[in-house]
Design a protein around this ligand. Structure first.
Ligand code: IVH
Length: 675
């Protein structure tokens, strides 16, 4: 008779094999019914014998615990990105550079792969078992998403061959792209629409967003797929990228089998064209081809510059275009009063979705491209989702067509519009303009600000029209109107109660989000975070002079002026006072950091650093209790000086301020981190 341990082992192996056939090879071996039955059997046996728990059992794919924070993970090898080429001559330039470095006598083979339009991941396997998975992050450090990656059934929890007779695989990182098939993505969006949830813009955003969900059970329900394109190890005995792909496949990874080995650059160009033709018939989105030098010895000779390798390049496909009729130009009033033109189009299908509107940005843009109503326009969807009008088909223009003129009055409240001298934008200056009121409220309630679920465009419009809302503070008074709100046609008791409870919940949003939500012009989410971290409370921020504001790293004159102007307006102060009374958070708790070399020291950063961006270095300083300021004065404690530092370094020298090299800085960091 088999022991329980053997039985468990056997069942787990069986299910791993069925998963592999179903999810990696797309060749199921058994019916769903039989599969579910086996999985239940395994679950039962495991729960009866907890002493034989194994973290790589198929039952351990979907964790129950929420991921509270995505911890930083340092990649063993940096995650590089690719330089782009957009046409054949740029590909030929790439080939020429490769050959120049390698020398004439070297034969060069290339491997061509699809450039999958998804989110990249790195997965670490130690002793044959999946250990951690991480996002790309800044290329050096990513965020740990192991729980979420484990839910993807085409990701093996352990290597199919380990130990391997030919390769040492004790500690490897595999790299690949997480994506969604178009069809799955559309279905997901349809379901979200039915549930009244926000739609994802494209499969890429949807995949990247899913990887950052806190609940692995929700991730498991999303149709994520993976293609692995790369295996890295410190003991790498691999000779070629094509061999790398074959090894990955043998180890149980899902690779894209359409890769091609090309013997000449002419062949590379031919395959690039072939891939571009195939683009629309693939089930997933690709935005180009990746051209890689096949020989790993040659790759090592070529090395990399900054953040991308010299041995590989992306060949980006042309943006997809369509032509359609521009039926009208309407003018939209945003939350700041800025009036922007919008193209109303005859609906046309382009790259996966039907487009009926496109932004025209501003009047300058319209004049530059001479865009007129009734024109046939060329639309393009580039890397981003919002389509843009690239040009007009002048040959099709009617003789009686007239250049586009901007409106003189606000299309919503009819007040006379204003154009500041140094700006291209037109503004409605009437603060009572319903469009501005609605825009401000929508912004306040939005996910990245106060995150009030349910208070979207439609409800804001309704509540403004019914005079329940005039400003953000009114949102927190809605609870006093519960009975009246329930009476409004089509809003039931349940939905109002849900809304009221998410309004209450929003009171816990941190200071930085509140600061962003109140809508000070030029204060986006990033600036709000910096201000909150620096000043720690609204009171301090309100007291700050222009100089104190501009002394904060990356806060310039116009932001500072806008902040001062905001707090000088009585109406804003009244709203803030009411929000404070409602219990919103207007201060950040100072993080408790033990005293260290950074505590209360002021730093000025100048020049380019090798290991961090200036932004990252600044964040580190702040997180250890130091301050980052933008200009050197007598009060500055340190100047961190990188490559090609200029006038700030000179000034620091003349004032006798301590100058730190990047190495000194690393030492200081180490002293705090105790490593
Ligand atoms: S190779 C140094 N291969 O494109 C090698 N990347 O900027 C870099 N991508 O971040 C990656 N398909 O997320 C490689 N077949 C493929 C790829 C691919 C998609 C993504 C990857 C990378 C970005 C390039």
């Amino acid at each position: 008779m088999k022991s329980v341990e053997e039985l468990l082992q056997e069942l787990r192996e069986k299910i791993h094999l069925y998963d592999y056939h179903y999810y990696v090879l797309a060749e199921p071996l058994i019916s769903d019914y039989e599969y579910d039955h086996l999985l239940k059997e395994l679950e039962k046996l495991e729960s009866e014998n907890p002493q034989f728990f194994s973290s790589d059992s198929p039952t351990q794919r979907v964790g129950k615990d929420l991921t509270k924070e995505f911890k930083p993970v340092t990649h063993q090898f940096p995650m590089l990105s690719l330089a782009n080429t957009y046409n054949e001559s740029e590909v030929l330039d790439f080939d020429r550079r490769v050959k120049e470095i390698l020398g004439e006598h070297e034969k060069v083979e290339y491997v061509l792969e699809y450039k999958i339009d998804g989110a990249s991941v790195s997965i670490n396997y130690v002793n044959g078992k999946l250990k951690t998975a991480a996002t790309r992050g800044d290329g050096t450090t990513g965020e740990e998403i192991t729980q979420n990656i484990k839910t993807i059934k085409s990701v093996p929890l352990k290597l199919k061959i380990y130990p391997h007779p030919k390769y040492s695989l004790n500690n490897i990182e595999v790299r690949g792209e997480i994506y969604m098939d178009m069809e799955d993505f559309e279905l997901l969006n349809k379901e979200r629409e039915e549930r009244g949830e926000k739609l994802f813009a494209n499969p890429r955003n949807s995949s990247a967003g899913t990887l950052k969900l806190q609940d692995p059970q929700m991730v498991a329900k999303r149709p994520l797929k993976i293609f692995i394109y790369y295996l890295l190890s410190k003991e790498n005995e691999l000779q070629q990228q094509s061999e790398n792909l074959e090894l990955l496949s043998a180890l149980g990874f899902r690779i894209n089998k359409d890769f091609q080995v090309c013997k000449s650059i002419e062949e590379v160009l031919q395959i690039c064209r072939k891939f571009e033709e195939q683009r629309d018939s693939l089930p997933f989105e690709i935005d180009g081809a990746v051209i890689k030098v096949n020989s790993i010895r040659q790759q090592n000779i070529l090395g990399s510059i900054a953040k991308s390798p010299r041995w590989a390049v992306a060949f980006k496909f042309k943006a997809k275009q369509a032509t359609t009729l521009l039926k009208a130009i309407t003018w939209q009033v945003g939350r700041t009063g800025a009036v922007t033109p919008v193209a109303e189009l005859e609906p046309v299908f382009l790259a996966g979705s039907t487009i009926s509107r496109a932004t025209l940005h501003n009047l300058d843009e319209i004049r530059r491209k001479d865009i007129r109503v009734n024109d046939i326009v060329v639309l393009e969807k580039g890397g981003d989702v919002i389509p843009k009008i690239v040009s007009v088909l002048l040959d099709e223009r009617k003789d009686d067509s007239l250049p586009t003129e901007p409106p003189k009055n606000c299309p919503v409240c009819n007040s006379v519009l204003f154009q500041p001298e140094d700006e291209v934008a037109l503004y409605c200056e009437n603060l009572e303009c319903p469009a501005q009121i609605k825009g401000k409220l929508e912004h306040f309630a939005s996910r990245t600000a106060m995150d009030i679920e349910g208070l979207g465009e439609a409800l804001v419009d309704l509540f403004v029209e019914k005079k329940f809302l005039k400003n953000a503070a009114d949102i927190y008074d809605l609870k006093f109107h519960r009975e009246e709100l329930i009476q409004i046609e089509r809003l039931g008791e349940k939905s109002i109660d849900n809304l009221l409870s998410s309004i209450e919940k929003s009171k816990q949003q941190p200071f930085a989000k509140v600061l962003f939500a109140i809508g000070i012009r030029y204060v986006g989410a990033g600036v709000a975070k910096k201000l909150a971290d620096h000043f720690l409370s609204l009171e301090n921020l309100q007291k700050a002079s222009k100089e104190e504001l501009t002394n904060v790293f990356e806060i310039g004159e116009s932001i500072a002026e806008s902040i001062l102007q905001f707090f000088s307006d009585e109406k804003n102060l009244l709203i803030i006072e009411r929000l404070q009374k409602h219990g919103l958070v207007f201060s950040s708790e100072k993080k408790i950091i033990t005293e260290n070399v950074f505590t209360n020291k002021s730093f000025v950063l100048t020049g380019a650093l090798e290991n961090f961006s200036r932004e990252e270095a600044g964040e580190k300083i702040i997180s250890f209790g130091g301050k980052v300021i933008s200009s050197v004065s007598k009060k500055t404690d340190f100047v961190l000086s990188g490559e090609a530092a200029g006038s700030k370094l000179e000034k620091a020298k003349s004032l006798g301020i301590k100058i730190l090299s990047e190495n000194d800085f690393l030492e200081m960091l180490k002293s705090v981190l105790g490593t």
